[in-house]
Ligand binder design. Structure first.
Ligand code: HEC
Length: 128
């Protein structure tokens, strides 16, 4: 009788260990699922939505392979935007919202992006 109980106890223990192992496995497979961290940043979504990707190569945005405008990698290090506008975070935002108000004949159109959205995109560009 006592022996039986011990056996059950051992079986229970073993089951616990197996279950624990399975839980560990589950946790591991959950952590390999795309998490919030792996989601594209809001800036990347805006870059796609407003067509920037169709005209520019942009680091971190694989779909952005456009060659109509210059590649935007390291745009923060450039002295001038569009060859004429003094580069600054504010001017970059203004440019993204309404380039033709700054350089009337530029080929870059107004995309309809709002100022707060342009700020998000500018921050992203300045960090890449
Ligand atoms: C229809 C094509 C087109 C679209 C869409 C477009 N751009 Fe441009 N972009 C250009 C062209 C062309 C230039 C070069 C302008 C010039 O030199 O006059 C440019 C220039 C720029 C510059 C200045 C780069 C530099 O070094 O002078 C930035 C920054 C920029 N674009 C960001 C964006 C962002 C952000 C978006 C999306 C909201 C966007 N562009 C959408 C064509 C486009």
């Amino acid at each position: 009788m006592l022996e039986r109980r011990t056996l059950w106890l051992l079986a229970g223990l073993a089951a616990g260990i197996v279950a624990g192992g399975a839980m560990g496995g589950l946790a591991a497979s959950f952590s390999s699922l795309p998490s919030f961290k792996n989601r594209p940043s809001p800036a990347v979504e805006l870059i796609r939505r407003y067509g920037c990707a169709g005209c520019h190569q942009i680091p971190g945005v694989p779909a952005a392979r456009g060659r109509v405008g210059p590649p935007l990698e390291g745009v923060g290090d450039r002295r001038y935007l569009a060859g004429t506008i003094q580069n600054s975070p504010e001017n970059l935002v203004d440019w993204i919202v309404d380039p033709r108000s700054m350089v009337p004949h530029t080929a870059m159109p107004m995309t309809g992006i709002s100022e707060p959205e342009a700020r998000t995109v500018a921050q992203y560009l300045l960090a890449h």
